[in-house]
Ligand binder design. Structure first.
Ligand code: PPE
Length: 306
């Protein structure tokens, strides 16, 4: 589905018309994948649009930049404000938000340090990432033949644009084989995460998710699920998982800002089935929390109109 165009995009401190948000073809990031980005969602609440865990996302954006030695010309507070402004001026009730820090036009070559650092924030309405059917009845997953990037190749903890070639290879492989989404193992053979989501399984009443050291991104949805699961009285353990742990799971689901919380219906054709009770309760709580309907989690929603 093509991107649904809105009016303005924030670029380096000013709002420009959507069609004018262009960059030079010799921008460093376009050639070497040297940018860092975030994926954030804003949801309609009783008090207008609110961005879910905005400050946490922008902090992670700054940390991604720090790992790449990129000096960001805007503070966390300034980018938080830029996101709010972008959502406000575009008059959208719910949207996906894509902040991007990229190295622009200046010098060419593998050394990124002399390049100018640019920051942009775009937003647009974006519906379900893995389909409405997927959210309700679960998605079909395939374990990829591609391995997750080793932490000593490109840090998976950083949302680096170039890292996503790995995700795209896995995604295309899964789609062409007739599946909805891919799961990547790390170089040691343990489960790391999906192409753009973290993964969880339930076995005998306990929830398991791979540790960050397995190559999983420190997902903000993953972290929200940890809190929600705890509050629901569920035990959640970080542990290395084998592909066979996925095959015999009682329940399984994936989490991400774009995807939200999506049940897993099968892995490599081994059936898990319709979403289980724990998955449904976590999903329900999350969907209420993002719209500011859960008192305990109101701190997670950051309103754009103050
Ligand atoms: N792992 C990866 C590799 C990843 O890209 C994401 C987010 C997550 C886990 C979940 O993180 P969080 O959103 O903080 O819960 N992926 C973003 C990009 C997706 C895209 O298609 O682009 C997102 O969900 O916005």
């Amino acid at each position: 589905m093509p991107i649904q165009k809105v009016e303005k995009i924030w670029m380096d401190g000013r709002l420009v018309d959507w069609d004018d948000a262009t960059i030079h073809v010799l921008s460093h990031t376009l050639h070497y994948g040297s940018g860092v980005f975030e994926g954030i969602r804003a949801y309609a609440t009783a008090d207008g649009p609110a961005v879910f865990r905005l400050t946490d996302h922008i902090r992670r954006l700054h940390e991604s930049a720090r790992m790449l030695l990129i000096e960001v010309p805007f503070s966390v507070a300034q980018i938080v404000e830029a996101v709010k402004e972008t959502v406000r001026v575009n008059n959208v009730e719910e949207c996906y938000i894509r902040p991007l820090i990229y190295l622009g036009y200046g010098e060419m070559g593998l050394n990124p340090l002399p390049c100018p650092v640019n920051v942009s924030v775009a937003c647009w309405p974006w519906g379900t990432y893995l389909g409405d059917e997927g959210i309700r009845h679960g998605v079909r997953m395939k374990i990829s033949s591609w391995r997750r990037q080793d932490p000593n190749m490109i840090p998976p903890a950083a949302k680096v644009t170039g890292l996503y070639v790995n995700s795209s290879l896995a995604k295309v492989e899964a789609l062409k084989a007739g599946y909805d989404e891919a799961i990547l193992l790390n170089t040691a053979g343990y489960v790391s995460e999906c192409t753009g989501e973290n993964i969880f399984v339930v076995k005998d009443g306990t929830i398991y998710t791979p540790p960050l050291a397995a190559g999983a991104l420190d997902g903000i949805t993953r972290d929200s699920v940890r809190t929600i699961a705890g509050d629901l009285g569920y035990q959640l353990v970080e542990a290395n998982l084998l592909r066979s742990d996925l095959y015999i799971a009682d329940e399984a689901f994936l989490t991400g800002t774009a995807a939200e919380i999506v049940p897993i219906r099968s892995v490599d054709d081994r059936m898990i089935g319709e979403p289980g009770e724990m998955t449904r309760k976590i999903q329900e709580t999350y969907f209420a929390a993002i719209r500011g309907q859960v008192e305990a989690y109101k701190g997670w929603v950051e309103h754009v109109r103050t």
